[in-house]
Design a binder for this molecule. Structure first.
Ligand code: NAP
Length: 302
């Protein structure tokens, strides 16, 4: 068994003891998703376990939607301490937990599970992971900023919006192709950002976007636009300028057109690798109640 390469399935869990017998490091953590083969989490968490002197390993387990709820009963019995959850299970994980953090409740999604004697606890480390990544990349405090989120209607955009609102940012503009989703999110976050004009939902229509981009200090791309070469342009290049800080949650490719054009206009830019790292580091801290060996995790990702 190679935790860095192998992908296990629901069927494998039925003969788990046989599979892991004799291993020096018995799996104790997993990423659960469908598909899950692309996940880089084992590359981060296995070096972290080693660097922290902890036993066990971190593996990928591919689960179908109909298998997820039973897996919540089976995994703790097989010795798992916790798990990360990715597409399409973040909503099912939200429903499966017996307690959760405020940020997970606000996000309506759980990406980190801890199997405890009291039940399953849930957290969302995407939101605070983004905050740490922004702090590291730009040295900024979200509370000081006027922030615009592109793709606010998706899960990642919602996590970003929740974090910005919980930190009490100066102004928050939620941009989404499907306006109704951004409007719903704005309604949910209204209590965190009271005051006229402090929280706004708009579509990607160019005129509206141009005005709001000009007024923003930090622009976060939380949409999936930019992953493929054929993707449309989200923000016209002439709208960027040197006062912008631009964060793209995408890390493959490492530089999207959006980041390249923003950097060409003098903006400070960073890609989503930092968010991936910090959401993992915060998950480690949630499971083990100790500081994560962040540099070992960073090297693992690189
Ligand atoms: P999702 O739930 O599928 O949301 C996709 C978002 O992109 C929606 O807001 C969608 O708008 C928008 N979108 C898609 N195609 C578009 C187009 N052609 N024009 C305009 N908007 C478009 O996905 P997600 O889970 O939130 O993930 C979004 C991105 O964040 C992905 O690239 C993912 O890899 C990245 N991410 C990175 C990290 C990290 O650690 N770095 C963590 C999580 C996610 P509609 O609502 O109108 O469909």
């Amino acid at each position: 068994m190679d935790p860095l390469i192998d992908v296990f399935t629901w069927g494998d869990l039925g003969r788990w003891d046989e599979l892991v017998e004799g291993l020096e490091r018995r799996p104790c953590l997993a990423v659960l998703g469908h598909p899950v083969a692309h996940s880089r989490s084992p590359q981060m968490h296995n070096p972290a376990l080693e660097a922290a002197g902890l036993p066990g390993s971190y593996v990928r387990i591919e689960l179908r939607t109909e298998e997820f709820s039973e897996a919540m009963t089976v995994l703790p019995k097989l010795g798992f301490l916790g798990a990360n959850v990715t597409i399409p299970h973040k909503g099912a994980a939200f429903a499966a937990v017996s307690s959760m953090s405020e940020v997970a409740r606000r996000c309506g999604a759980v990406n980190t599970l801890a199997f405890t004697p009291e039940g399953i606890a849930g957290h969302n480390t995407d939101a605070p992971g983004l905050k740490q990544a922004l702090q590291e990349a730009f040295g900024i405090d979200l509370a000081d900023l006027r922030i615009l989120i592109l793709g606010a209607g998706g899960g990642a955009g919602q996590a970003a919006a929740v974090q910005c609102a919980m930190d009490g940012c100066r102004r928050l503009v939620l941009v989404n192709r499907t306006l109704a989703k951004a409007e719903r999110l704005a309604a949910d976050l209204g209590d965190l950002l009271p005051g006229a004009g402090r929280l706004l939902a708009i579509t990607t229509e160019e005129g509206l976007l141009a005005r709001e981009v000009a007024e923003a200090d930090l622009i976060i791309n939380a949409s999936s636009v930019g992953m493929k070469e054929s993707d449309p342009e989200l923000v016209p290049a002439h709208l960027w300028n040197s006062h912008h800080r631009v964060y793209d949650m995408i890390y493959a490719p490492p530089q999207t057109d959006l980041l390249r054009e923003a950097a060409a206009a003098g903006a400070r830019t960073a890609n989503g690798l930092g968010m991936l790292l910090w959401q993992g580091a915060l998950a480690f801290e949630y499971w083990f109640k100790q500081a994560a060996p962040v540099e070992a995790m960073r090297r693992g990702l690189a």
